[in-house]
Design a protein around this ligand. Structure first.
Ligand code: SAH
Length: 402
């Protein structure tokens, strides 16, 4: 018997009406309606199925689910109001998402994002695959109530022949995760990415254990690292470092605040057969490390800076821009003349033009000049609806610093 993929209720869908004319953007694929754009916000359980009506003629325009307690009140599942949100609908979306990944990945890459929430018309549902283990995450109370995690685990394990599926809470207070199929992955899981071996601690690690979203940018770093001395700041478990090492870097220094992450970085270096003497891990505050390196006039031929998000909210953007700029300036200061500097931002509130301006200002602040060699972002297993730019959070730039 097929387990339900969504927690259907027997009650009819809630009717919601738009207070503003958002019909065009919704029809084009923007999947979010905030509470202030709804005419009424009736009481209902989080995750209740709902039909959205337009603000003029009372025509139904979308189906999705509703959370009266969240500012993000309605999430669109389909813009065909006649399409029932049932198992057939969900399994169709799952199969579409899986087919998209089969376009990109072979046995050389066994870790990838299978379901990217809104980007796969599966609002709030994340599923990352690490070899024979999957990690599910549900983004908020609405998705947690709408989606049936056990049924989804069953579907994914069956479709991909996995041994284990776990549900990882978004905030790490209290429980670290729950096994839905098989055993909880308490030990590091080994997987391949572009043929590079990695281990990740899925439960204790950040996100679902690894920053899958930097895959393409890591590959780029591997291509330009030959013969260079490399500094990887905010290096986490050494993703960029290992690619640089395999790409022929002379020496790599990985800096991060988190000692357990650095330990894993050392392990990831080792399991790829790289010489231990060519890798140094430094548990330190990145800002202090860079300031001290600048004082000591240290330089590297390739510097990578991939900080956590400085702008978690819209209100924090101004401060965040200044913080990114100062950081990129410090990084440029320790970059050799005609060396390479790679910088990233994972803040959805900083768009690409703003990011490039931050790069320009930061480089100027360091009294250097730079040539932009490549601009990157999220890889193809992190799809986004075209009108939903908020979802394209990752920006990456590779520059030659003169
Ligand atoms: N580049 C990594 C991901 C980096 S995530 C990859 O590709 O896998 C951001 C990292 O910054 C985290 O590992 C976090 O521990 C670290 N971090 C956060 N604040 C820091 C600080 N002030 N100094 C050094 N590291 C910091």
């Amino acid at each position: 018997m097929v387990m339900p993929l969504i927690n259907t209720t027997k009650t009819a869908p809630i009717k919601l009406r738009l207070a503003r004319d958002l019909v065009r953007t919704i029809k084009r694929g923007h999947p979010w309606v905030f509470a202030d754009a709804l005419r009424q916000t009736p009481a209902a359980l989080p995750g209740s199925p709902a039909i959205l009506f337009d603000n003029k003629k009372d025509r139904p325009i979308a189906r999705g689910f509703y959370d009266v307690h969240s500012p993000l009140a309605f999430r669109v599942c389909t813009t065909d109001p006649a399409e029932p949100l049932d198992n057939a609908w969900a399994s169709r979306q799952f199969a579409r998402a899986a087919a998209l990944r089969r376009m990109w990945f072979d046995e050389q890459t066994t870790a990838y994002r299978l379901f990217n929430g809104e980007g796969d018309s599966l609002p709030g549902l994340i599923c990352d695959i690490y070899a024979d283990t999957a990690v599910l995450q549900l983004d908020g109370d609405g998705p947690a109530a709408f989606w049936n995690a056990s049924g989804i685990a069953d579907w994914v394990a069956g479709a991909l022949e996995l041994k284990a599926v776990c549900l990882k809470p978004q905030s790490r207070q209290g429980d670290s995760g729950r096994a839905l199929i098989g055993l909880l992955p308490i030990r590091p899981v080994t997987f391949l990415e572009n043929g590079v071996r990695f281990q990740a601690n899925l439960l204790e690690g950040q996100k679902t254990g690894f920053f899958l979203d930097q895959r393409d940018n890591r590959r780029l770093i591997g291509q330009v690292a030959a013969g260079r001395r490399v500094l990887n700041v905010f290096g986490y478990t050494g993703g960029f470092s290992v690619y640089a090492g395999l790409g022929g870097a002379g020496h790599v220094t990985t800096v991060d605040l988190a000692a357990p992450a650095l330990q894993m970085a050392g392990q990831n270096w080792a399991i790829n057969g790289l010489p231990p003497d060519n890798h140094l891990t430094v548990a330190a505050d990145a800002f202090e490390f860079l300031a001290q390196a600048a004082r000591q006039k240290k330089i590297w031929d390739l510097v990578i800076v991939d900080p956590p998000s400085f702008a978690p909210t819209k209100e924090s953007v101004k401060k965040a821009i200044a913080a990114y700029q100062n950081l990129f300036a410090s990084a440029a200061t320790v970059t050799a003349s005609d060396g390479l500097l790679a910088v990233a931002s994972c803040s959805s509130h900083i768009d690409l033009p703003t990011f490039l301006t931050i790069c320009e200002e930061g480089i100027a602040q360091a009294r250097r000049r730079a040539t932009l060699l490549s601009v990157g972002g999220q890889p193809a297993d992190h799809p986004t609806p075209l009108p939903f730019s908020e979802f394209r959070y990752l920006k990456f730039g590779l520059m030659r610093v003169e």
